[in-house]
Structure formats: structure tokens, C-alpha cells
Design a binder for this molecule. Sequence first.
Ligand code: 6R9
Length: 670
Amino acid sequence: MSETIQTLLQESRTFPPSPEFIAQANANDPKIYQDAAADPEAFWADWARKLDWFEPFDTICEYTPPYAKWFLGGKLNASYNCVDRHALGDRRNKPAIIWEGEPGDSRTITYGELKDEVSRLANALKALGVGKGDRVSVYMPMVPELAMTLLACARIGAAHSVVFGGFSADSLEERTNDAQCKVIVTADGGWRRGGIVPLKSIVDEALDLGCPSVTNVLVLKRAGKPGDLTNGVKTPAYNEGKWVEGRDIWWHDLVASQSTDCPCEPMDSEDLLFVLYTSGSTGKPKGITHTTGGYLTGTMATSKLVFDLKEDDIHFCTADIGWVTGHSYIVYGPMANGATVLMYEGAPDTPDKDRFWRIIEKHKATILYTAPTAIRAFMKWGTEYPDRCDLSSLRLLGSVGEPINPEAWIWYQEVIGKGKCPVVDTWWQTETGAIMVTPLPGITATKPGSATQPFPGISVSVFTEQGGKTEVTGPDVTGTPTGGFLVLTKPWPSMTRGIFNDPTRFQKTYWSRFENAYFAGDGIKLDEEGYLWLLGRVDDIMLVAGHNISTMEVESALVDHHAVAEAAVIGKTHDIKGQAIAAFVILRSGHENHEGLVDELKKHVAHKIGALARPDDIFISAELPKTRSGKIMRRLLRDVAEGRALGDTTTLADPTVVHLLRDKYEASEG
Ligand code: 6R9
């Protein structure tokens, strides 16, 4: 990558934490960075000791790249740490999960109740022959029983493999076979936009394709029969699937009668806790593995310090538990801290576009953790929706999943946070297990669009194409700004222990570009004040007339224009420049495409960044192709712009979007 990258988008606004926030923050002494950097192993061991161990560990870390082991010799159980230890004394009456279904039904489950429910379910799984070392496939809607299933597996030493409920039968079949799961836990269906996602019938289809390792399917009744009422809302007709006697078992038939006594299996710190498949843009999905002690330590520490979690907080993470964000920041991290989590089943625009704000108002959420793709949708819909709700309970806002454009950051901070909530932009991956680059809300002065600095105990390196290496361990970096590849050279507790059953692919995908170092696949720059800026996947970075330009920076410049809600930028083959910039733009509601708008947008980008970044083409679109977790798939937009056949579209949330987009694009060219 060339040196031009850091001369592009400039952002000078900074937001230091308020004195009131600092005074109450879990982390408010900048010395935490120096102490952790001086002895990262001691820092992490201190956090690990905040967990309850059945047997203490004797060795903190053993690292032989690409594998690290943490807290060796120690024995513990994740379910014990997330449930049992909070179900003692008065805390047993504290809400663990506050849940809202899409039809508006809601439930509160205390830590005491959670312990009983998880224990019953764990005994039920045992009755189905699941034991220590087995894998369980989980294909569920966002209901409390989903969180319980993870914790029940952990309780008996079985690893869960959660497959997001929006994935197809093929995806479920592929993942279930790869992990050789014994049982699938599912539901008849889950609510989404007023309809039912027919989960059980998709499981049937997956099993018809062939999953020989699966002996039983445990089915939660959530959707019920067509015509049933949930909070006055009628279940619409849906494919209920077929019932296979002997194989399929209703949850209420098996679980309710189980004993609430189920001791937690003592697990080795390095025993497998779960497998979670990440799709990757090509090839078969990778089963990312995480083990018990290190993963719990990383998610517990980051939850406590990044979200400033307190006893009375109500933590609302809007991710689905089918993604790593839900694993780490709905279930394991907050619950290892004994926090109250708020879970929502359905879509953000059902029954209306104010649904998240209504939920926050009703349940008095104090922390909101969501994704830039959602924030940009809220911006597009307009401020009337948040403005009609009482959001005064909120005290901290988080972002994850993609680079957040400065304008979206500011909107989030002003419209949702009313200028009083710190915003934490957190960079991490399924593979890293826990947050890696983030502000600490009581210490860091934030800059809109920057994820700021590595979490204490983490060191992040910027490697340049020319061989330059800059290591960043905290806020005190001085020296020249640089830009290049995000690389991790030191181990951390929650790092993945590899791809399930595929060590060769693990080595090749992450550890082959740089020797003995993990390459995350993302571009990153370091500014003159020691702030890190994530630039998106390096495969997306453009090379225009010899200059590397990040798609993210051009997108941010476009979103900075008052008419633009969302933008996706790609490099398109160009005879002279090598690549020319093409942009796909979605307008905010209330704005129409008019004569001159495209030129105005091109000028706006040239003004914000420089003539170099001026897009050659801008195409106004209604939607963008996104993965099921909301990340824009620029690869497919490149296919559209180049007039090529569309590549693999199976990871898209809605494959029709890109086909429609291509037709319109070709018509406009035509
Ligand atoms: C947690 C999660 C990981 C990829 C990652 C990067 C992108 C995530 C980001 C971010 C910029 C952030 N990403 N958070 N980019 N700023 N705050 O999303 O995991 O689904 O595995 O995706 O997401 O490109 O490499 P995962």
C-alpha cells in the first residue's frame, strides 16, 4: 500500500469523556495501558482470576504460532461462570435476560430461573445422548431459549455450533456435517417482519440432504399453529415441516420434566467451547473454534471496560446470537459479569421504524450496541422515529461490524445519544473472539470514525507493503503516521484456536502472508496522534492512478453529503488510471435523484478528499447487496460495474437485490 493513504480523509473533531463519566467509569486511569503493556500476561491473568475456577491454572500462556494456549492446568465451566455464580444470594433475583418478541410479548428471566432452565435443558441434552466433547447444532430464533442452549451445552462440556436462523437448508447441512453435530436444537419458527421464518421445515430439508451424525432434533414451540395468538397477533400460515417420530422431540415434552440439578462439567481451560462458521467471500465456511478459559477472560474483561458495565445496566446488543457479536456480547461477556441483557426477536421496522427506540424506552436500556448498517438505515428513515421516544436511559453507545463513517458516528452521538453518551467504535472479528481496538469510554477522547486504540493487553501492528512495521499498544504512539495491513503479532486469550478440523487452511488463510503473525485481512492507518482508522477489507482497497484509496474514505465523504444515506464504492477497471472509482448511493428519505445531483456528489467528494478520489460514475440505487450480517459485498458490485457474470451470491441476505441492481445499472448504461 502506498503512503498516500493517510493524506486522505481528515477528521479533526474530538470528544473527550465528560468529567461525570470519568468519575464513575470502570476504567478511568490511563495507567491501565502502560501496566498492561509492561506485562500483558499478568494483566490477562488478573482478569482470568476474576472467573471462578474449579482448579487454578499454573501457566498463563504458551505460544507457538499459529496456536496459543492460555491458563493451562486450570479447570472451569462457562455455564458456572455465566449463571451459577450469579444465582447465589440476592443476585438470584436479578434479571439475567429481558426479552421482547416481535409481536410485543415479553419475558424477564432472573439468574435463579436461568440456572434452573439451563440445568433442565442440559439434562435433556444428556438424555438425548449428548456428552462432553460432542457438538450440537443450534438453529433458533432470537428467544431466551437460544441463550439457554449455549449455556446448557457449555454446562455439560458439549460445543455449540450456532447457525444464524436466516441461513438456508444447504448452509445448515454443510455446517452440521462439518462439525459432526449429534443433535440440532431448533424451533417451529420465529417471528420476522410479521411473518414466520419456518426453521423446523428448513431443518427437515437439511436432514433430507443428509446429516448422518444427527440423531435427534429438539424443537421449541415458538410460532405455534397458524391462527394462534401471541400478544393479540395471529400466527400467519407457514410451512410447519414434517414430524419424524423418534427423531423429533418437542422441547416442552422433554425439558419441562427434567431435574433442575445438573452439575457443571469441569472443563480444561483449553477445551472447546464452540465452533462458529464464518462464511468468507469464497470457498466453504470456516469453523472458527474458541476454547473456554481464554475466550471467557477476553469477553468478560472487554464487556466490563468497553461498555463500562455496572450492576444496574441493561445491555442491549442488537446482533443476532447467530453472529459472534451475539455470542460474545449478549451471552458470554455480559453474563460472565452477571449483567442484565436485553434481547429482541424481530426486525427493527416492525410494526414501525421506531421499534428499537420503543424497546429502549420500555425496558430502560442503558447501553446500546449496534452496527453501522443499522445506524445508516435509521439515518435514512429520519429523526422523527427516535425523536418520539424517550431515550434518556441510554448512557453509552457502541458500534461494530464495519467502519463507521464519521457522519453516521455524529448522527448516532447526537440523535440517539443526545450528545451525552460516549460512543465506542469496536473493531474485532469472529477469529479474535473479543473486542481488540476500541476506546475506553472513561479515558479515550474519541474521534468520529476512528476505533482509536488497542484494548489494554492487546498490541496491533501496522505492516506496510514496503516492510515497515509499527506496533501500537496504547494511546502513546508517537512518530510518523503510516498505513497498511492490520497484523497481530502477540497472542491474546480469546484468539481462535484454529479452523475446526482444518489446520492447513488456518495456516494458509491467516498466517502465510507474514511470518509468525496473524493477518486480519483489514487495512488500517495510524494518524499523527496515535489513532487507528480501519479501512475495510484489503481486497476492497482501490488503486487509482498509482494511489491506494480506501473505499471506506470515499464512502464516508459521500455519506457526509446531506442527501446521502449510504454508499458503496468500488474500483472499476480503467485503461489509463488502472482503476476508476464507481459509487452506488442510497438517498435519505425526502431526497430525490435530480438533475445535477450526481455532479454535486462528485464535487463533494473531490472537495472533502481531493480530486484524486473524485468518482467517475455514481449510480443512485434503492438498495445495496449485503451479507446476512449487514456487511456490504463490494465484490458483487465490481461484477455489476464490470458487466461480468455475478459471482457467488449465496452469502447475501437477499440475492434478488443484486440482480435488480444489475438490471437497472445495465439499463442506465444502455
Ligand atoms: C465482530 C464482527 C469481522 C470483520 C473485520 C472488519 C469488519 C468489524 C469493525 C470492522 C471497521 C469496526 N469490522 N468491526 N471494520 N470498524 N469497528 O463483525 O466479526 O463478522 O467476523 O467480521 O468486520 O472487516 O475483519 P465478523
